[in-house]
Design a protein around this ligand. Sequence first.
Ligand code: NDP
Length: 297
Amino acid sequence: MTATRIDGKAFAARLRERVGEHALAFAEAAGRKPGLAVVLVGDDPASEVYVGSKGKATVAANMLSFKYRLPADASEEQLIKLVDDLNQDDRVDGILVQLPLPGHLDEQSIIAAISPDKDVDGFHVINAGRLSVGQSGFVPCTPLGCMMLLTDRLGDLSGLEAVVIGRSNIVGKPMAQLLLDANATVTVAHSRTKDLASVVKRADIVVAAVGRPQMITKDWLKDGATVIDVGINRLPPEPGKEKGKLVGDVAYDEASEVASAITPVPGGVGPMTIAVLLRNTAVAAYRNAGLKVPEGL
Ligand code: NDP
């Protein structure tokens, strides 16, 4: 069997276009564009790249992008004051504080300061709680993006065996919750799981969110499994090259011989994350303005 390549990049492009149309409709109804504020503390080059591309994508989706930068030695009070100002600012529908933060800042306290109604990353405990009890809130972008790819590919997930590898608050746990809500039978595996290969072997759906290059090999997979690879890992550079290749947690080529469908890295889950961030911002705008969130957004 040669697996279908799940084209997250194309799916994300379509989602961004749809979000852009909804953003225009929102602007007509509300008299203002949806707004996303991104806060960057310090000068981590990778974070700078992420913030830059989020800003461009926001504008391309017909929304306002606000960028705030604090120095690496900014105090917790300074950052919380900025978040508070953004909570009060009616032009701002979504607030994203780019992680990781410098070591002296407590990420949980900063996330707790964001209004849950503007928490488009879905990291606030209120939104984690809402997801857990089945109320509508904001769901973290990466797992929601994985879920969109899965339902697009498989339709109804009822009764399917799903194994999520990884239990972080931003990927593994919300992913498991979403799969459970979709009536899959869910197992969450992690670094203490015994005989992980045989746990994965029973899965119709495998979501890998570990951060270990090509850990999941073809002999771990059930024939016909659908594989979502969240991992982003850089291999050591080959001789003469400056940068190593980006790979996922799944050994893509050999897994493709067994799986029925699989996301590539890059071009799979990665592009979904930013598209869902824009989607969550548009949803926040409708909700914050007291307007009905359109179907299909
Ligand atoms: P974390 O490091 O927070 O979590 C990793 C999880 O993997 C932990 O639960 C850990 O278990 C588990 N784990 C580690 N080693 C093993 C092992 N040998 N066997 C089984 N489980 C193991 O990572 P994240 O959830 O933040 O991210 C996971 C991956 O996804 C990373 O590669 C990251 O770069 C990528 N990522 C990609 C995104 C995208 O947009 N595509 C967005 C976010 C993340 P334990 O809890 O026991 O320590």
